[in-house]
Design a protein around this ligand. Structure first.
Ligand code: ADP
Ligand code: MG
Length: 309
């Protein structure tokens, strides 16, 4: 199968929403944005051997790719609308691409996005997804804006499961279904993100590790803030404490990454989304600082995933 057959067969869709004037198949896509709305765009890479194992199941590759991309739109409070897919494949293995595209299109329907274009070439397995969302003008949630006195809320299921799954992949822990699901099937918190619009001062999604992403939130604030996290309220992924000691479980939860929960700074008295947990309260400080139960973070912790490492 050549490149053009592959694109046509697996990635072109005849039906697009009414806002798509030109869908895929042309040199560019054209879509109409309604008056009073703004466009939110983000791009993410998924590289085999780097972000996922070199031998990667096609469904998992699709779910991680789109889930991570859409988590950025969730963190902005945006309604997802479209996406573009730039795909590099080692060979045009029809069975792999068939399962990959099937999963991708299924999740696209579930999460409400329309594939309007992309690019396909040969090379080591990797993909970039550009997600495009919409939001009422001036309402997008940003990372800056946290204030002293705001509470830090965690929205999402639980923490540390995706990190624990890396131990399974390295044969250092026993298989656990919940961890595999957290790793291979991240769920972008689109409804929760929308619910935070107008209620949160600042929001970020946890992609690189809670502490590292929290540090981005603190650094983006207008004035230096400190916060002490309450370890007792942290929702740990199921089974973490069965296979790891408490120190290790907390490290995975606080530094592990790939959790795709949302962290939100919400003023006291404003209702947080249903199911969210309060992890602490921001205080004015001379320097940005994160503590755990009023103690410095353990020195042996690497705070989060560094993509240049
Ligand atoms: P061009 O050479 O003009 O860039 P391509 O041959 O790369 O065109 O792509 C043809 C059409 O197919 C374009 O509309 C492009 O957006 C779309 N396309 C290519 N690869 C993908 C893909 N992986 N997913 C979705 N659409 C794709
Ligand atoms: Mg092209």
């Amino acid at each position: 199968m050549n490149e053009f057959d592959l694109i046509k067969r697996y990635f072109h869709r005849d039906h697009h929403g009414p806002s798509v004037i030109v869908g895929n198949g042309d040199d560019g896509a054209v879509f109409q944005t309604p008056d009073g709305r703004q466009t939110v765009v983000s791009v993410d890479a998924l590289v085999a051997g780097r972000h996922v194992p070199s031998l990667c199941p096609p469904e998992g590759f699709a779910a991680r790719l789109l889930g991570r991309g859409l988590s950025d739109l969730a963190a902005m409070g945006a309604d997802p609308r479209y996406f573009l897919l730039s795909l590099t494949l080692p060979n045009f293995d029809a069975a792999w691409v068939d399962q990959f595209s099937e999963k991708l299109h299924q999740l696209a329907v579930q999460w409400g996005v329309d594939l309007i274009g992309g690019d396909t070439s040969k090379g080591p397995l990797a993909a970039h997804v550009t997600v495009i969302g919409e939001i009422d003008a001036g309402r997008a949630l940003g990372r800056s804006g946290a204030l002293a006195g705001d509470q830090l809320w965690l929205v999402g299921r639980d923490l540390g499961g995706a990190r624990a799954y890396l131990e399974v992949l390295e044969d250092r822990a026993d298989e656990h279904a919940a961890w595999a699901e957290r790793y291979w099937r991240p769920e972008p918190l689109l409804d929760a993100g929308r619910a935070l619009v107008g209620c949160a001062h600042a929001v970020i999604d946890i992609s690189d590790g809670l502490c590292q992403d929290l540090d981005h939130l603190l650094s983006a604030a207008a004035a230096p803030l400190r916060i002490s996290l309450d370890s007792a309220t942290l929702p740990l992924a199921p089974g973490l404490m069965d296979q790891f000691d408490e120190h290790q479980a907390l490290e995975f939860a606080l530094t592990g990454g790939d959790d795709y929960c949302l962290l939100a700074a919400i003023p006291v008295g404003v209702a947080a989304p249903h199911g969210a947990v309060c992890l602490g309260q921001f205080e004015a400080a001379d320097d940005t600082l994160i503590l755990l139960d009023d103690q410095p973070l353990p020195e042996d912790w690497v705070l989060g995933w560094d993509h240049s490492r």
